[in-house]
Ligand binder design. Structure first.
Ligand SMILES: [Zn+2]
Length: 249
């Protein structure tokens, strides 16, 4: 049990006793939008646009960099799947140094193999796999569509639950609201809300209720699909704390 919780998972039977909590407004971070929200938990998080984020701590973790102007050295790069707006070798290269680990499902790992210099620094994962790299606990979790074929369950696309400096993060990847989410616990949840290829804002807010994070962050909008309107709808619908990220170059 203890190990399951450390990895961000709790048995579904316990979930009914874990309400989505609402944070205070005191830690609000200034954003370009007056209703952007945010808490002290966002100070180490850089949104790269679309589904790309950097989390800075004792290690720097970068997820799905895409159309990034300025990179920074990362200890880990986590790629959710092989589609070009998530697995961009040119953008991943901006975060790759000699000590960088790259984690990705097989189809994406094949595109990124040349980046790390050493093939052993590219770790291939499938849903359900766990690994620890440089002290960061990582679990690859399912990510798939329920009705459209773009991200069908057989493709092995993933989201990631990872624990960095005592905080558990969940980056959902490209996914619909799937039953497995009810077994995921995270302090910070990055959830696609732009619709078309993923959950829309309403579905993402329902997924956030399933997960009950301390902070929910709508993503997958403002670039390929979706707009700030979707992010605001997500914020209006979810009862917990929401941070609408702003681009940081
Ligand atoms: Zn995709």
């Amino acid at each position: 049990m203890e190990r399951m919780i450390r990895f961000g998972f709790i048995p579904m039977i316990l979930l009914a006793a874990v309400p989505a909590c609402r944070g205070t407004e005191s830690g609000r971070r200034a954003g370009t939008h007056p209703d952007s929200g945010g808490t002290a938990m966002t100070k180490n998080i850089r949104w790269l646009g679309h589904a790309g984020f950097v989390i800075r701590g004792s290690r720097t973790v970068c997820v799905d960099p895409y159309r990034v102007s300025t990179g920074e050295p990362a200890g880990l790069i986590l790629i959710t799947h092989e589609h070009g707006d998530h697995c961009s070798p040119d953008d991943a290269a901006k975060f790759t140094g000699p000590g960088t680990w790259i984690v990705a499902p097989a189809a994406a790992a094949a595109k990124l193999a040349r980046l790390a210099g050493n093939p052993e620094r590219v770790k291939t994962v499938k849903p359900g796999d766990t690994l620890t790299l440089d002290g960061v606990e990582i679990r690859a979790v399912p990510a798939y569509n329920l009705k459209i074929p773009n991200h069908s369950p057989d493709k092995g696309h993933v989201g990631y639950v990872f624990r960095l400096d005592g905080v558990t993060y969940y980056h959902a990847g490209d996914t619909d609201r799937i039953p497995e989410m009810r077994g995921i616990r995270a302090d910070v949840a990055f959830l696609p809300a732009g619709g078309t290829y993923t959950m829309n804002a309403k579905e993402a807010a329902e997924a956030a209720e399933d997960i009950g994070p301390r902070l929910a962050v709508p993503m997958h909008w403002g670039s390929v699909v979706g707009s700030e309107k979707d992010a605001l709808e997500f914020k209006n619908r979810f009862k917990g704390e929401v941070w609408i990220p702003t681009l940081q170059e």
